[in-house]
Design a protein around this ligand. Structure first.
Ligand code: COI
Length: 367
């Protein structure tokens, strides 16, 4: 694998100042990764300044949406790290998404090297408050100029980084039960992390916002009877003291955070079930008080509590919480592992060495 470090990055990095107010995904790191695919081969991995792209108006991504992405984070809290967390899981899911969207897969080494290299060079800009991080966004899109409906023969893989806080500020989420539109269908692209899945949910996001909600709850496409997920995050509820999350089928994104929480809950002795979760069952459990908690999880949102669920007509089912929250225990445990505050018995945390960064400050390198 050939790696090229653009000498202009030294200037970009030295000019960059981390703002005091960050938010999520608003501040972009001054460098990024770019790698092209042509003639069935991946080319050089380039670390370049963050800058606009030049693309043909007929690049297939603009017309047929051949695009995939991942979300992952690097942590550097209290001078620890930088750490990446289970990057190989993102790499595997990236390739599953690529296969579903008729795109070339990326060699594991290329994906991992890219996120490590970018983390190294961005290490000085990783915010150090617990819950904050460097959000990494690997993505790939079709660049071939051609209006025919056929898979592109040319692609670009990129990674950008954003020093960020968690996706939501501290408030618990009010969630709109979406009874009309659906996010994914059996046999569709719901399990792939592709832009179209998110674009298709945006009209519902607007409706939810106008009705005073912060998120949409997606139900199954066949009968609108079962809870699936929320836009960009998975969902857990606590019913009769048991932690429950919808089983994946092929319409729900297999979240890395979701998988971590299942493992952590099991190891913490929390009674857990992965199964079909009826929306009627959930509403009844909230009304009888048997549902004592619900929370959303995802790389960007970490673990965020849900206040309740509502309908278009203004009906709101507010969850009556009882005592200690399982979600906050899981959130604390997960963050302690991610941020290096706790011994990692799972082998999930990967330390990123800073050798390239040191060499770069001497005037640029080619590795
Ligand atoms: C993530 O958690 O990384 C996501 O993909 C959510 C994102 C769409 C904001």
């Amino acid at each position: 694998m050939e790696i090229k470090i653009d000498p202009r990055i030294i200037k970009s990095i030295s000019k960059f100042n981390l703002p005091t107010k960050l938010g999520f995904g608003k501040t972009l790191a001054p460098v990024m990764i770019s790698c092209s695919y042509k003639e069935e081969k991946w080319g050089t991995l380039n670390l370049v300044p963050y800058e606009p792209l030049t693309l043909s108006p007929t690049a297939k991504v603009f017309h047929y949406g051949q695009e995939i992405f991942e979300g992952m984070k690097a942590y550097r809290v209290n001078g620890q790290g930088p750490y990446l967390f289970r990057p190989e899981e993102n790499q595997k899911r990236f390739n599953l998404s690529a296969e579903r969207m008729a795109m070339p897969t990326l060699p594991e080494e290329l994906f991992i090297k890219s996120v490590k290299l970018l983390t190294e060079y961005c290490a000085p800009f990783i915010p150090d408050k617990s819950g904050d991080s460097l959000y990494l966004r690997p993505f790939m899109f079709a660049t071939e100029e051609h209006l025919g409906i056929a898979p592109s023969n040319e692609f670009k893989f990129m990674v950008v980084a954003s020093p960020s806080t968690a996706y939501f500020s501290s408030d618990a989420l009010k969630v709109l039960i979406e009874r009309k539109y659906v996010r994914a269908v059996d046999g569709g692209t719901g399990q792939a992390k592709t832009g179209g899945n998110y674009a298709g949910g945006l009209n519902s996001a607007i409706r939810a916002k106008n009705l005073g909600f912060s998120q949409t709850l997606w139900l199954d496409s066949k009968k609108r009877e079962f809870v699936e997920e929320m836009s960009g995050m998975n969902i857990f509820v606590v019913m009769k003291g048991k932690l429950v999350t919808p089983s994946l089928e092929n319409t729900i994104l297999d979240g890395v955070t979701r998988r971590c929480l299942i493992r952590l809950a099991e190891d913490m002795g929390v009674c857990f079930e992965e199964r079909a979760l009826g929306i009627k069952e959930l509403i009844e459990a909230i009304q009888t008080g048997e549902c004592s908690e619900a929370f959303a999880c995802g790389t960007a949102v970490i673990v965020t509590p849900i206040e309740g669920f509502g309908e278009d007509d203004g009906t709101f089912y507010k969850i009556r919480s009882k005592g200690e929250s399982i979600g906050s225990r899981l959130r604390e445990k997960l963050l302690a592992l991610q941020e290096g505050r706790e011994k990692d018995v799972y082998g999930w945390r990967h330390k990123v060495s800073l050798s390239y960064g040191e060499k770069a400050s001497e005037g640029g390198v080619e590795i």
